[in-house]
Design a protein around this ligand. Structure first.
Ligand code: NAD
Length: 376
């Protein structure tokens, strides 16, 4: 099969969907890998490294003209125009973006969005949300440490003692857990909040304190259980009590890292302008939900500006929307392995391309086929 890998052209996208490691495996399976010139450069992978792995370096039209195209982000209109009807496409295609899905269907693509894979043990090795959120959580802490004008660890020096930084993590999914682990390695004192009570144990096992907000009604308890491990919108009564507890911690915090998301919905607003005003000058907020907030808001904080770092009320608010892209080499390496594992389901060793709908992962990821959008 001809497998094409174009250069990603979305603003700020540095990742690439194939690495020399995975290209070599596709070639060993008898496929031809066509990589656009320069596709790996932003991730520190040279054309020569791809060639050494057995890939062919081609121009954009040839990469996008392949039978199977591997991408990081959803294709642009320019890319769709270069892809032939019937082409198979694998990437992070945003399953909740209806116009995007409609455009891929109209282009006649058989497309698979890897973000839609179920969070099951079998799907773990192709779980792009986890591989990339893990990097986002790590990089968020590194960026915060870089911006913050004080130490993270407690230090006892001849010139006096320096207090450890207080870090608050809001939302303890994959990114939040990695943020806790990374901040802990740097010596911070950490508190974390999540709607799902099941994460309390994980938070504590990483050496952080869980901000407990009791569930007072059956409705609150049921909402907190979520669906398939994901959070659901919480009743206003619980959110109001959470806000009071979070506000106290945020006022005392040096760094806040917010990661709270609800699939298919706008990210909840957890850090209000009042809370920002109460923070110490020089404090840092890294809003990993930047770009995913409700209309008129950019993330978990209404003052966040997606794609920018702003200073408001003396607090630095980082609205970077592609944190994994700032760790491009490892983000690409992990993403490319996720893609390789997914392809084993649709491109088995002993057969051609197929779409086995009895496979729950394939069925969940299939977005468009034969001109139709398969997902609502
Ligand atoms: P996510 O990115 O969808 O959301 C981040 C976090 O925000 C979640 O923990 C969510 O509960 C939290 N959140 C939402 N609203 C909030 C609010 N108002 N206040 C505070 N926190 C709020 O989450 P994710 O990292 O994609 O993880 C989602 C689930 O998938 C988790 O249960 C995780 O354990 C699970 N998971 C399972 C597997 C697997 O079994 N293969 C792999 C990875 C993740």
């Amino acid at each position: 099969m001809l497998i094409g890998v174009p250069l990603e052209t979305a603003a700020g996208e540095t990742r690439v969907a194939v690495t020399p490691e995975t290209a070599k495996k596709y070639v060993a399976q008898g496929h031809t890998v066509l990589v656009q010139t320069g596709a790996g450069v932003a991730a520190s992978i040279t054309d020569a490294a791809f060639e050494a792995a057995g890939a062919r370096i081609v121009d954009r039209a040839e990469a996008l003209g392949a039978e199977l195209v591997l991408k990081v982000q959803r294709p642009s209109a320019e890319e769709l125009a270069l892809m032939k009807p019937g082409t198979a496409l694998v990437g992070m295609l945003n399953p909740f973006d209806k116009p995007g899905l409609t455009a891929m269907a109209a282009a006649g693509l058989t497309s698979f969005a890897l973000e839609a894979a179920p969070r099951t043990t079998r799907a773990q090795s192709m779980d792009v949300l986890s591989s990339q959120a893990n990097i986002a959580g790590y990089k968020a802490v590194i960026m915060a440490a870089d911006r913050y004008q004080k130490f993270f660890p407690m230090l006892m020096t001849a010139a006096g003692t320096v207090k450890a930084a207080r870090v608050v993590i809001l939302g303890v999914g994959v990114a939040g857990l990695q943020a806790i682990a990374t901040a802990k390695r740097l010596g911070a004192v950490i508190e974390a909040s999540d709607v799902r009570p099941s994460v309390k144990e994980q938070v504590e096992s990483l050496g952080a304190k869980f901000i407990d907000v009791a569930f007072e009604t059956a409705e609150e308890k049921e909402a907190a259980e979520g669906v398939g491990g994901y959070a659901r919108p919480m009743p206003a009564s619980w959110l109001e009590r959470q806000k009071i507890e979070v506000a106290k911690r945020v006022a005392a915090a040096d760094v806040v890292i917010s990661t709270a998301l609800i699939p298919g919905r706008a990210a909840p607003v957890l850090i209000t302008e009042e809370m920002v005003k109460a923070m110490k000058p020089g404090s840092v907020i890294i809003d990993i939900a930047a770009g995913k907030g409700p209309a008129g808001h950019d993330g978990n904080c209404p003052l966040t500006e997606a794609g920018r770092t702003v200073t408001k009320h003396g607090v630095h608010i980082v609205g970077e929307t592609n944190l994994p892209g700032l760790v491009a080499a490892d983000a690409s390496a992990l993403y490319a392995r996720n893609v390789l594992d997914f392809l084993k389901l649709v491109l088995p060793k002993d057969g051609g391309f197929q779409v086995p709908m009895d496979d729950d992962i394939v069925a969940a990821c299939l977005m468009t086929q034969a001109g139709d959008v398969k997902k609502a």
